[in-house]
Design a binder for this molecule. Sequence first.
Ligand SMILES: [Zn+2]
Length: 222
Amino acid sequence: MTVAVCYKCGAMKFGAFSACKQCGAMPSSEDDYALSLSITDHYFDISTLEEMGRNIAIGTPPHLDPESRRNLIQMIRSSGMLENTVKAEDISDSVPEEQNANTNRPEWVIVNEFGDSRTYVDRASLQRNGSMVMATVRYALNPPGTDKRNGKPVKEMLMQEEYDISAGRFRVHHILLIYTDGTPSTPLLTEPTWCAATAGNLKTLQFLSGLGTTITEKQKAK
Ligand SMILES: [Zn+2]
């Protein structure tokens, strides 16, 4: 069970999305969810969480760094699990690469198929910085996979993946599982270390680099 901190009162609780037994608070906005996801034992040890809780209790809540906030909110949006949630303020800090980059709608493109499973990239999530591309990638699993932590069947994995196109490598920043009943998992801890992009990740990288060319040509045409 995930140990989490209530974003409102600082009490310790189980599950990032659960109601707080002490104050009754439940995350409702995207910012609440992003903050709640981040202050769990997936990212911090218990003593750090307790310290964060004490700070929340005296009125100084932790602040997500802009990159983590953007990535978590992008992943929450891509999951479609919080469609009625209050939208966060602008999360981009770079020039949107496509006109629809400001909309909240994910734009899924199939980049790979393996058996009956598919890999999608959310084009609306792409953030480029030179040769680096951050992307939300969705793996639709058929047959379902299994969350080893609790044995629950998993129909989708959402990953925040970063690709270094010129070096041919990638790393994973956040992982969220969607169970077959549609509920989200708490995030999985990732150590964002660079790996060579092979197999499916190579296909994603190729897709991202191909897209880069297209966009450059489009910009030239202007
Ligand atoms: Zn609380």
